[in-house]
Design a protein around this ligand. Structure first.
Ligand SMILES: *Cc1c(COP(=O)(O)O)cnc(C)c1O
Ligand code: SF4
Length: 344
């Protein structure tokens, strides 16, 4: 068995195991885990330093998950699926949910409604339908593999998907969204990277939420991908009690750039059922962007986006909405000064 598969097989999936590792009572965990599945790799669990810390909050089930009464699918992803497993919301790009499995089930997941469940409407049975749809839809030039985590598929599975996409001339770029560099760095093998680099232009967006996730193993995984010529981006979710602090977020963004990972998005928490205890207000996000922009490398400054409910798409928020007075734009510099600007 490949090492990463052994790591998954050895991960924590039951309330009893978790309770034992954390030295807590398993009682409250049981109903939670029946509703939303549990999986934590031992490596990720080992990053916890104390109860309720940023790593704990991301992976240990919290009874508050059962109290939150938002919607399972506020972004209307199911409605925007022309074929099961494909989300086609923007004209020229589509998201293909190729896996429902992850190495760690993040408690704040936007696809909480489906991760860890059998791959209904995303299974291999539909792969031909998805490929057929993409082939027939010549406007799609960018395909994003997501899930779950696409890298929980084996190399051969993944390669058959990539080869299927590469056989379609109008698919210019392929992106893979994966948290495995953080949660399962063993997955980023030399063999995987040799395979991936045959399908360029290929981009990988990873998902670090806290500086403590940038471990020596995660750094090595990112270096392997970057050395295969794969540009790396990062999507962070703004999470209460994890990274809702300008100093923590600045440190995270700077450390990511230092390992050749370009911060791409900070996501406002979606209004997904079971995740309310992670949601911050928008002012918190604006304050963080205000602390980044101009104060550190532009390359370390991602877009702060709200994915608008109802599938209206990601909307970037800037702390300084521009204003126009007559023919003059009033711009706000990162120091807060008003700058007058005229087009000519
Ligand atoms: C985020 C997202 C994309 C990709 O958006 P980019 O801004 O190009 O990264 C595409 N489709 C869906 C449904 C998305 O949620
Ligand atoms: S790795 Fe991504 S898809 Fe999987 S549980 Fe975490 S946030 Fe959800």
């Amino acid at each position: 068995m490949e090492t990463w598969r052994r790591v998954i097989a050895d991960s924590i999936t039951t309330p009893e195991e978790l309770a034992e590792c954390l030295d807590i009572g398993p009682g409250p965990l049981a109903p939670l885990v029946r509703r939303y599945p549990l999986r934590i790799t031992r490596r990720y669990l080992g990053l916890i330093e104390k109860p309720g810390d940023p790593i704990w909050r991301q992976c240990v089930p919290d009874p508050l998950e059962l109290l939150d009464d938002q919607f399972p699918d506020p972004l209307d992803e199911e409605r925007l699926s022309p074929v099961p497993g494909l989300i086609h919301r923007y004209p020229d790009r589509a998201v293909w949910l190729v896996s429902n499995e992850c190495a760690v089930y993040c408690r704040f997941c936007m696809r909480k409604r489906r991760v860890g469940c059998p791959l209904a409407g995303g299974g291999e049975g539909f792969w031909d339908d998805v490929l057929h749809y993409i082939k027939e839809t010549s406007a799609i030039r960018d395909v994003i593999l997501s899930g779950g985590d696409p890298l929980l598929l084996g190399d051969e599975h993944l390669e058959s998907i990539l080869a299927g996409l590469r056989a379609i001339p109008h698919v210019e770029i392929i992106r893979i969204g994966t948290r495995t560099p953080v949660t399962l760095p063993e997955r980023i093998t030399a063999r995987l990277c040799r395979m991936l680099k045959r399908y360029h232009p290929l981009y990988v967006n990873t998902h670090f939420n806290h500086p403590r996730e940038i471990t020596p193993e995660a750094i090595k995984a990112c270096a392997r991908l970057a050395d295969a010529g794969i540009p790396l981006g990062n999507q962070t979710v703004l999470l209460a009690g994890v990274n809702d602090d300008p100093a923590v977020m600045t440190h995270l963004m700077q450390q990511l750039l230092a390992i050749r990972v370009r911060p791409y998005y900070i996501h406002q928490m979606d209004l997904v059922q079971g995740t309310g205890h992670f949601r911050t207000n928008v002012e918190t996000g604006l304050e963080i962007i205000g602390a980044l922009r101009g104060h550190t490398s532009g390359m370390a400054t991602p877009y702060y986006v709200i994915d608008a409910p109802g599938g209206k798409g990601k909307i970037p928020l800037l702390p300084d909405a521009v204003e126009k007075w007559g023919d003059t734009w009033l711009l706000r510099s990162f120091r807060g000064e008003i700058v007058e600007y005229r087009d000519r």
